[in-house]
Design a protein around this ligand. Sequence first.
Ligand code: ADE
Length: 249
Amino acid sequence: PALGIDVVSIFPDYLSPLDLSLIGKAREDGLLDVRVHDLRDFTHDRHRTVDDTPYGGGAGMVMKVQPWAEALDHVLAQGNPYAAKPRLIVPGPGGQPFTQALARELAQEPWLAFACGRYEGIDERVYEHAREELGLEVSVVSLGDYVLNGGEVAVLAMVEAIGRLVPGVIGNAESLVEESHEDGLLEYPIYTKPSTWAGRPVPPVLLSGNHAAIAAWRHEQRLARTAARRPDLLHASHAPGAEGGPEVE
Ligand code: ADE
C-alpha cells in the first residue's frame, strides 16, 4: 500500500515540485499518495482570512485556529484508507531536528499529514485539538537551525528524504545504505573518467585494482572528512561503535 501524504498550505503551488522527478514517478507508480490542500478553502469570510494579531501583543501574525481545525477534519474525513490515523508533522524552527533516523522512522508510517505554518506560527490550540480531539500524534520538526518563511520548503525536503526510503521508490536499494548519515560518517570522495583531467590525476589507489586497499583508503577519507566538516558526528552522544554511532576504530 502507498504511503499517504497530505500537505496543507496557503501556497499549494509551492508544493508543485512534488509532481516532478523521483517523487513524481513514485506517485505515478502508486508508491506515494500525495494530496495538497489549500488552507484558504477552509475559511468562510470574503477575504479568506487565515491569520490575525497575537493575543498579548508582539510582532507578526498568528494563523487562526478555525481554518486549521477544519482543514485537519477534512484530511481525516477523506476516509481511512491507511487503517490508521495520520501522524501530524508541523515544520518549524522550534521543533525536533529532522535527521536521517527520523526520515527512516516516518517512512514506516502508513500516513503522514504536514501542516505548513507561515507568519509567526499557528495558534497553540490547533496542536491541542489535533492531539486531544483528533487523537493524532503531533511532531514539530525543524530542518535546521535557521529560519525559513514557512513550512513549505521544509516539507519538500522532508517528503524527498522520506519518500526515497519507501520500498520501491529507489530501484537500487543498495545505493541507500552507502550514503552520508546512514552509518554516522560522511561519504568518501568519488571520481569518474578521465583518469587525469587538466593535470589532476585520480588518487592512484582507485586504479590499483586492490579492493582491500581501496576500502581502507575510502574509510580513511570518510574519517578525515567527518573530522574536518562534522566533528560533532564523531563524538556525538553515542560512543564509537555504539548502536547508531559511527564505526571508528
Ligand atoms: N519553518 C520556518 N523555519 C523552519 C525550519 N528551520 N525548519 C522547518 N520549518 C521551518
